[in-house]
Design a protein around this ligand. Sequence first.
Ligand code: GLA
Ligand code: ZN
Length: 684
Amino acid sequence: MTKKLKLTELLHGGDYNPDQWLDHPEVIKKDFQLFKEANINTVTVDTFSWATLEPNEGEYHFEWLDDIFDRVEAQNGHVILATPSGARPRWLAEKYPEVLRVNEKGERALFGERQNHCYTSPVYREKVQTINRKLAERYGQRKGLLMWHISNEFGGECHCELCQAAFRDWLKNKYQTLDNLNHAYWSGFWAHKYTNWNQIHSPSSEGDYTFLGLNLDWKRFVTERTVSFFDMEVEPLHEITPKILVTTNFMGGNPAESHVFYDLDYQKFAKHVDVISWDSYPNWANDYESTAELAMKTGLMNDVMRSLKHQNYLIMESTPSQVNWHPFNRSKRPGMHEMGSLQQIAHGADSVMYFQLHQSRGASEMYHGAVITHNMSDQTRAFKDVRQVGNDLKQLKKITGTSRQTAKVGIVFDYDNMWALDDSRNYANKTKKYWRTIQDQYRYFWQQDIPVEILSVDDDLTPYTLIIDPMHFMMSKNFATKLQDYVRQGGHLVGTYITGMVDKDFLAYLGGWPSKLHDTYGIEFTETDTLYPTQHNHIKYRDEVFESKDYCDLFSLDSAKPIATYQDDFYAGDPAVTENKLGTGKAYYLGARTDADFLNAFYSQLSKELDLLNTIAVTKQTSTINVQVREDEINRYYFVINYSHKKAEVLITKDLMDEFTNQPVRPSTQTINGYGVKVYSEMK
Ligand code: GLA
Ligand code: ZN
């Protein structure tokens, strides 16, 4: 059952570590004054305070946390209470070394750093449940308790004997017999047949690391192990506080690095979480891509997170100024903080939260941006920026409970496929770039203000007018059937090069493409030409010639008709892009990778045909402006954001209200300042 977080206001706040300041009560007192000044209504506490809560085994100290609850409640605020498992105290590792992770070479880690415990260790599980239970018993009934925040940024893997045994059990359960497993892994290859379950070992650079089926199963297992640890943490909380929802902070990484978080299948994990929250750290002031390009990638990451449950989500962490872990930790330019913060709200976030509220005085994050910095003043640029966003969120209170406009366009993204494609010894490692391909497919829609949902293979496709399914190298027969049903019933599908090569066991499809794919696209795949970075082909589409690069799929036509053809090489004149009618729908196959010029031409044609263009009351003159819409049954809110330092204009075509000035806006041309944000509203 989906549980929805019922909020009465947008959340503004972040990670707070008062346990670092217990001998400075004046600091804590001042912090709360400054929180009030910046409209901070939420604190996430306890994430890393296990050593303060339980300095020795079984000896608990909660007074300081009681005091924080008192202070928050006195300001009518909320506490998001974290469970402390992300960083264990030293005594615990000293007494029970099994809680420490073992790497793929079989070496057990020393105590150190954080988020590196074994997910299987029964002792760790027991200790975590005990402390979680204590927290739930003590704070479960507090008025200020809003949510549980389980651990911190789950990730990584452990190869200890306990985990190996759990992996073997997981495989036994999946395959039932060794014969089945041997067949799925094609283990006759290099004489790798298993004759005993105990011979199975996790992938390792010291052992098997090119055993594709094993690698993929291990990644699937790591997600399930992590989720089982998460479920174990939640157990006592659900028992004692059944009404309090749980979240855990997912990672978005640095979107400019062009990868979605890689370790865990968040689509699977999301099913166990009540509310999605994530940590968003775009490097807004970088020197290698435009603010608008980065905003497109960040917009996509927000869409990924919202789409995990197709409902509003929380930004659990972001930085008020800069981080300390990007290659260059540049501070935001004036205006960028409000721009980036409200982008998240525009995509369906109900919070702007920070790491961190008060900068730590020492240790590795002492120079990470914070709301309250070492000079503890309300006059810093970061503090003023945060206060501004606090005011904005207060003014936007009435959008709490509204959702991002429903999308007609869905892009399929699949974790198994990402892992398998990257691991496949084929193509070119440098240019596979599944995530970059998703970004490339998303760009046109973002630039045209057309909302997009990111879909898993388990999602229902039927609500969407257009489904884009890029580079779906590993595709199950079931999903191929689902695509075909979707098209037959009137859907429009776009697939691309490198699709439908292997099944879910990582075994090649025998006898060509699965028949469902063949019938859907009306073509028969023959080969993929992998180009070197300096090599190109060209495709001709609607009398224009576009460059193609990296991958050119070759195929023969069956019922499909070509709508673009290759221009060069031995396949000059062959089809490059095709269209196939099936039932009442159509399926397009983009055989070649191209630049944005072709995708813009192709998708603008399709958007006209399918009536996808968003007819909204705000039209922009430049693609650095982006408009996202939130709405409920009564009102519609246009978030108009300028992702450039240059001011730009938008055309308002209806009577709207400016939500920040509270003034009506007549149909007119309006100027949006550099990095500026406007929120206009209308009654529907
Ligand atoms: C992560 C962690 C935080 C902090 C920030 C710094 O998101 O969850 O504890 O280390 O990074 O950016
Ligand atoms: Zn382990």
